[in-house]
Design a protein around this ligand. Structure first.
Ligand code: SDX
Length: 431
């Protein structure tokens, strides 16, 4: 954070207060209000944090007007096309692209942490077979606190590093096993001879009865989906992880909290909700009916996969995802997939509709990801677990950054109280 000589003046109740203006390397200036309550005795009010910077960070930057997303300064479209997920993980965690030897060492460390403690299988078996895999992931990731005691001390940099590697390495195993448990199929162990994305596909789709060979085009598409979901500034689930971490909670508890928050349909659950919406629309003839509902103030229905708190232009991830969807569906010979046809026509009609143009509602990352994942054979219930798997590196990078901030203190917002002022208790016979 850079201090500047600029400041803003606030006149209140006959007094004038100086509020320092802090300038970023990119994006809007911020008003430093940390001393406001102490000086002026007033709070600021910003439910939903539409105008509030909760921290400073050097990891990810979004320019919503330009539709720009940078990870440590590198544009997402370049990373998606030229890099791969574990290299992006290294970049997010350590701040720079790795050398060849650094990348080899990092990939080896991740590969050697993909197995779960054998006893953790009992957690999966405690759930109903039809448990949503997100419920299983919240439970199992939280339970890692009970198994990996040697990486829960947040004050030990080495334990923070081990916890980071364990979480990135084990999330694919946890997500795949949650899926296998739903299917009633045996768990497939990770394999060290497969790359990260291929290993995940193998754990999801292989069965002991026959060999499963991962299609390299599908593993490349899977890896790109991981990269596109890796981090995204202070979104709801990342803010949840930061708030949980500010109390000193262990990394597994913090990531479990992030998974729980991501599950909501307004956030990471939108990819599942979007595909269910496309299936409900069913045909291009019914699109006008649903667009009318999305515009109707009296109808709570919203077009899932559209709109974003920050992007008031195209979500750059959706642009890459749309290209990937065409490649995957073409490979699978389902380019005439009726759901994709509905999606493309819905996008076209929505973007031509003044309502969506005026409100700057564009397709977001969730709009096309579900179409790819369904074409790859995943049920909709696995869409958000895959988002959670991908975002773990973002949550962990932000968690590490916050723990490294000497100014870090427990997050404790105030409120605008509108309840009863003090009143005396009355006995029940007098009520
Ligand atoms: C993710 O924060 C992140 O970075 C999240 C994420 C990440 O990588 O972490 O990018 C991942 O969560 C993507 C968003 C996925 N969610 C959806 O696709 C669900 C559908 N979208 C919306 O629910 C909504 O757009 C949000 C939640 C994404 C953003 O909501 P905001 O910023 O709070 O905006 P809003 O609800 O105040 O809407 C502004 C206006 C409203 O109309 P008015 O009251 O001003 O008349 O736009 C309308 C809304 O009714 N609107 C929509 C709409 N989204 C907003 N109308 C129809 N369909 C929609 N999808």
């Amino acid at each position: 954070m850079t201090e500047t000589k600029k400041s803003a003046q606030l006149s209140l109740n006959g007094e004038t207060y100086e509020l320092p203006i802090l300038s970023p390397t990119a994006g809007p200036d911020v008003l430093d209000i940390r001393k406001l309550y102490g000086q002026a005795g007033v709070f600021t009010y910003d439910p939903g944090f539409t105008s509030t910077a909760s921290c400073d960070s050097t990891i990810t930057f979004i320019d919503g007007d330009k539709g720009e997303l940078l990870h440590r300064g590198y544009p997402i479209d370049q990373l998606a096309e030229q890099s791969h997920y574990l290299e992006v993980c290294y970049l997010l965690l350590y701040g720079e692209l790795p050398t060849a030897s650094q990348l080899e060492d990092f990939e080896t460390r991740v590969t050697r942490h993909t197995m779960l403690h054998e006893q953790m299988q009992y957690f999966f078996r405690g759930f109903r077979r039809d448990a949503h895999p997100m419920a299983t992931m919240v439970g199992v990731v939280g339970a890692m606190s009970a198994f990996y005691h040697d990486s829960t001390d947040i004050h030990d940099p080495w334990q923070r590093e081990v916890a980071s590697i364990r979480l990135i390495a084990k999330m694919p195993t946890i997500a795949a096993w949650a899926y296998k448990y739903n299917l009633g199929q045996p768990f497939v162990y990770p394999r060290n001879d497969l790359d990260y994305a291929s290993n995940f596909l193998h754990m999801c789709f292989a069965v002991p009865a026959e060999e499963y060979v991962v299609n390299p085009i599908l593993s490349r598409a899977m890896d790109r989906i991981f990269t596109l979901h890796a981090d995204h500034e202070q979104n709801a689930s990342t803010s949840t992880v930061r708030l949980a971490s500010s109390s000193g909670a262990n990394p597994f508890a913090c990531i479990a909290a992030g998974i729980a928050c991501l599950w909501g349909p307004a956030h990471g659950g939108a990819n599942q909700a979007c595909l269910e919406m496309l299936k409900e629309i069913g045909s291009v003839e019914r699109i006008p009916e649903f667009i009318a509902r999305a515009k109707d103030k009296n109808d709570p229905f919203r077009l899932m996969g559209f709109g974003h708190r920050v992007y008031k232009n195209f979500d750059p991830r959706a642009t890459v995802m749309k290209k990937s969807a065409d490649e995957v569906l073409d490979l699978l010979g389902v380019e005439n997939n009726p759901i994709l046809q509905v999606a493309k026509e819905l996008e076209k009609q929505a973007l031509e509709d003044p309502y969506f143009a005026e409100k700057k509602l564009f397709p977001n990352v969730d709009f096309y990801s579900g179409i790819i994942l369904e074409a790859m054979g995943f049920p909709t219930s696995m869409f958000t677990p895959i988002f959670a798997l991908s975002r773990t590196v973002g949550w962990i990078s932000q968690w590490k950054e916050q723990l490294g901030d000497p100014q870090m203190k427990i997050g404790r917002p105030r409120q605008l109280y509108l309840g009863s002022t003090e009143r005396d208790y009355t006995d029940i016979e007098n009520r």
